[in-house]
Design a protein. Structure first.
Lengths: 181, 159
């Protein structure tokens, strides 16, 4: 062994890995200018099968209606709908249309988008408890100053124009404070 | 009872995509390799004197003994075809107009192989062990890419 504790090739044994590998992190400029660099984007597409319950829910949104499923055992209306009541452990019974109104159950004021882009105007994601149902769903608030938002605030759906709806949760443009509430 | 779907078109599918872009830098040895290829038209390997092996393309470490290596050994441009395959569709499954032959080439002076395309195989069937030679792009067209090598052209058998 050498005095530095590392095996030498002449010892016949493999040398140890170097204690200070010459590799290091690259600066942004080095990363961008590196000779021989390769850029690629994986085409990662997918399709999500909405199923019977959410499929019906989305079709309802296209028609400007919020649909739920009722369970006659626990007398709940499930929004978004499920074909199975997880509380009673039985199939739900019927489609029910509920009002496109609700209350803010919880909300957040977001200053960055999902990919960390700064937003000029903050977005207001909120869970809306839908009136006449046992459920609710995540959406965004609009036509409101972030400082005026409060848990429990009454809100109503603002629908996209009929021609722009595509059977998507975004067929509701946003929820706004309920007029006259 | 649960509803059953009788019309497949009634199934609502929601399409989406995930942006997964990346940039791969070839590292210290790789940058030396590509710079030498671009500017000098030479192919560099790294010799491990401990293992008596030459890696080509050049790399920074010996994978057997972890010694640090430097791109110090010129290899090729001739070499030996150690394996090949003939592709009729591209990576996305789209048919090629003409089939493309890919091969593993052990460059002369090297102990490892690299993957590249085999140019103009012609009517003579390729064989494992066939002599091939690197065809480089003209100097001004080279960008520091593995595609600065256009491919490997089969050579007539030595007599």
């Amino acid at each position: 062994m050498g005095v530095d504790g590392h095996a030498r090739a002449s010892d016949g044994a493999a040398p140890n890995p170097p204690p200070d590998p010459a590799g290091r992190g690259l600066s942004e400029a080095e990363f961008r200018s590196a000779v021989g660099a390769v850029e690629h984007a994986v085409d990662a597409r997918y399709e999500w099968d909405a199923g019977v319950a959410i499929g019906g829910f989305l079709e309802g949104l296209r028609e400007g209606r919020i649909l739920g499923r009722s369970c006659s055992s626990c007398e709940r209306v499930l929004v978004p709908p499920r074909m199975f009541c997880e509380r009673c452990f039985r199939a739900t019974d019927a489609w029910v249309e509920v009002e496109a109104t609700g209350t803010v159950q919880t909300y957040s004021v977001c200053h960055v988008a999902w990919d960390m882009r700064p937003l000029d105007a903050p977005e207001l994601p909120a869970v809306i408890a839908i009136d006449g149902s046992d459920g609710g769903f995540l959406h965004v608030l609009g036509e409101v100053d972030p400082a005026d938002v409060a848990v429990g605030m009454a809100v109503e759906a603002v629908w996209k124009p009929v021609g722009e709806r595509e059977g998507s949760i975004l067929d509701i443009a946003h929820f706004r404070p309920r007029r006259g509430a | 009872m649960l509803e059953r779907i009788s019309r497949p078109s009634a199934v609502r599918r929601w399409p989406g995509s995930i942006p997964v872009g990346h940039r791969y830098t070839p590292g210290r040895a790789g940058e030396v390799f590509f710079t030498a290829l671009r500017d000098g038209g030479v192919l560099l390997g790294s010799r491990c004197s401990h293992c008596d092996l030459v890696y080509a393309p050049a790399r920074a470490f010996c994978e057997r003994c972890f010694s640090e290596l430097v791109p110090d050994t010129e290899v090729g441009p001739g070499g030996e075809l150690t394996s090949f395959t003939i592709a009729f569709v591209d990576v996305d499954g789209r048919p090629f107009d003409l089939p493309v032959t890919y091969g593993l080439v052990r460059l002369d002076g090297a102990d490892t192989v690299l993957v590249h395309s085999v140019l103009d195989p012609g009517d003579e069937p390729l064989e494992i062990g066939q002599r091939v030679e690197a065809v480089l792009r003209p100097e001004g067209d080279r960008t520091g890419s593995i595609l600065d090598i256009e491919g490997f052209r089969p050579q007539p058998a030595r007599t």
